[in-house]
Design a binder for this molecule. Sequence first.
Ligand SMILES: Nc1ncnc2c1ncn2[C@@H]1O[C@H](COP(=O)(O)OP(=O)(O)OP(=O)(O)O)[C@@H](O)[C@H]1O
Length: 334
Amino acid sequence: MTAAGEGIGPDGAPPARAAPEVAIEVENLCKSFSGRRVVDNLSMRVMRGQIYGFLGPNGSGKTTTIRMLCGLLTPDSGRGTCLGMDILTQARRIREHVGYMTQRFSLYQDLSVRENLEFVARVYGVPEPETAAAAALQRLGLEGRGKQLAGALSGGWKQRLALGACILPGPDLLLLDEPTAGVDPKARREFWAQIHDLAAEGLTVLVSTHYMDEAERCHEIAYIAYGKLLAQGTVASVIAAAGLATVVVEVAGEAGHEAGLHITRLARELSALDGVDMVAPFGTALHVSGRDPAALEAALARFRGDPRLVIRADAPTLEDVFIDLMSRSKDELR
Ligand SMILES: Nc1ncnc2c1ncn2[C@@H]1O[C@H](COP(=O)(O)OP(=O)(O)OP(=O)(O)O)[C@@H](O)[C@H]1O
């Protein structure tokens, strides 16, 4: 399969305007189901060769957005291009150049790994399907598993096979919807090494995930909640833009149940204070964050003299920032 074509498409529409280095550019996308808006004025831009992470709570509209980008769903309003083609008028052409890995493993469980890949190659009209499947097996480190039934693979290998099937037809863009959900850390790490190799070859990858470590592996991320895009950029810029101050409060000299009780009591006490917007326990420590550093400091002042506590400033984590963004948008909707 060739790269996104130039000129007039088979559907007669002229190619939409977009800089060649831009893979996805959409503006004000909206989508409602049964009168409920699940994607709300969403605008985003993804550059070619980029790994772009899509994060947000369950039901925030990530899958719906992904389906609009690749022409499987038509937005109610808004405009945009994917691989230089118009998402409203050139959906069929877009689909020819996109590999979409859905949340559910959808290959044939009772065919072998090799048979699944050969089948995909034939369906997509890949020349010499057997050779293409063998090359995909090798590329994904699946050679030793060619004869194994897909249904008998572990979660990590299944995902790797699904990725192999996605890239067989030679797409220019990969849309991966929570590809590593429920997969163990080693397999996730290997999967991400593959994603980075593919991006290095020029493929653009948009990947949705709930894992913070995966977000940090992306070139850029977007955070979406209640259908709205709340933050976008590199991980460092998203953290900086949140303007959150974070302090770690650790219980010293206590262990086990006693430390747990102390942390729980402390978390309740701190959460109730003005200036404290968020408290999250991490073992025998609490991450305490606030949007106003001076107010946060004032709230913590009376704890500073407690000899059982170690209090130190720390950088907010991406998770701190996302939870804060979500609670802010919830407050705004009230
Ligand atoms: N075809 C549909 N008909 C009606 N409602 C839908 C449809 N597709 C999605 N929804 C609803 O739209 C909302 C957004 O769903 P979507 O799957 O886009 O969220 P998501 O961010 O991908 O969630 P998750 O992280 O759980 O996969 C949800 O409330 C979902 O129930």
